[in-house]
Ligand binder design. Sequence first.
Ligand SMILES: [Zn+2]
Length: 173
Amino acid sequence: MSLIDEALSANATIANDYDPSRGKPPAPEIAIVTCADPRLTDIEQMLGLAHADVDMIRNFGTVIDDDAVRSLVLSTRLLGTREIMIINHTDCGMLRFTDSELEDRLRKETGQAPIAPAKFYSFTDAEANTKEQIQKARSHPWISPEVPVRGFVYDVSTGRLREVFAGGETVTG
Ligand SMILES: [Zn+2]
């Protein structure tokens, strides 16, 4: 039995206790872009935020790419979120390879060289990378200048956030 089959079976039982109020239309207050790493799941709890208040946008490596921008524009313009948090983290898997290494490996393993994805967005420094993502979100013309964009590195060994400023300096928080 696959995990998906197990999940389907579990859902049939767990849904018996579902709270229908969870199906109400959302009214999120903040958009968070973070990594798909399972250690970042439920990051709301570490921030003392209610799930209902957060539009959670996740991808591998906390990248502000076309799709993250698409979600941020929808979140801030249509759903009414008023702040953006970008939360990178220590020990990210994207620190462990370079794009060209991975591309070489995939070409060898598959014998194919497709045109997409054009980039995997691996990085070598979480702080510098976060700074770049802040700048990318901040510079997008469809993300209002009135919406603050702040970036952080979450330490998976302590559960603490360290703010990263697009200007360079960092403060322990
Ligand atoms: Zn990660």
